[in-house]
Design a protein around this ligand. Structure first.
Ligand code: B16
Ligand code: MG
Length: 219
């Protein structure tokens, strides 16, 4: 029996990946590292500081900065990102998500959030979706970020459900690994080849249908 659906945020509920990209691109320009959209794909689901480390490696600058400087750079990126997400509204909810949340709630199944983003609460509020979530796992106090299962396990614990009775939904390969390691049923949204470890994949959020997901889980 499905006890809970646990959602990733960026790339599943709304498409903030582009804003993350614009913010990293701005920082990259300041420190002489060119970041393109293809490279940005590799940052999906990865924490802020891990993303910065990857960017520095890309520019062969991984040994050029102190931890304090790295923190300053991450804060600089985040300030710009936060200014970009100010303008998000309910119109930015991805297709099919509101219907899915409504059906899950109507069926008395719990809903959790397992995002790597420390801005998740702000984004959910701007989308006007907070009321659907029974528990929002806090990335700020999560020890190991995706692909570790910690944030999904934190969500299951907060919801008081058994992980094996949860469906996790993710757009990033690191997130699918996290769901699988948490022993949840993994559903991927996006490219089948990138998400090849997911138990079930759809190519867009509008194909996330409640009845089909419940059936898959119960087979
Ligand atoms: P922040 P998700 C992730 O969110 C993003 O995919 C990733 O690109 C970002 O670096 C990470 O959140 C941290 O975000 O800088 O706002 O704390 O996909 O796990 O919802
Ligand atoms: Mg994501």
């Amino acid at each position: 029996m499905v006890e809970a659906f646990i959602f990733d945020l960026d790339g599943v509920i709304t498409d903030t990946a582009h804003y993350h990209y614009l913010a990293w691109e701005k920082l990259g320009n300041e420190i002489g590292i060119k970041i393109d959209e293809e490279f940005n794909e590799t940052l999906k689901g990865i924490s802020r500081l891990q993303s910065l480390e990857k960017i520095l490696i890309l520019g062969n600058k991984e040994n050029d900065f102190t931890n304090e400087e790295k923190e300053k750079m991450a804060n600089y990126k985040n300030s710009y990102y936060v200014s970009l997400i100010e303008n998000i509204t309910f119109k930015d909810v991805l297709p099919g998500i509101l219907e899915l949340l409504e059906k899950i709630r109507l069926n008395n199944i719990k809903i959790g959030l397992a995002s790597a983003s420390k801005n998740a609460v702000k984004v959910l509020n701007n989308l006007e979706l907070t009321k659907y979530f029974n528990f929002i796992a806090d990335a700020a106090i999560c020890k190991n970020s995706k692909p570790a299962p910690d944030i999904f396990l934190m969500a299951a614990k907060g919801l008081n459900v058994n992980p094996i009775n949860c469906i996790g939904i993710e757009d990033a390969s690191a997130g699918i690994d996290a769901i699988n390691d948490a022993k949840m049923y993994s559903v991927g949204v996006g490219d089948r080849e990138i998400l090849n470890k997911a138990k079930f994949v759809v190519d867009s959020t509008e194909k996330l249908k409640f009845e089909a997901l419940i059936k898959l889980f119960e087979v």
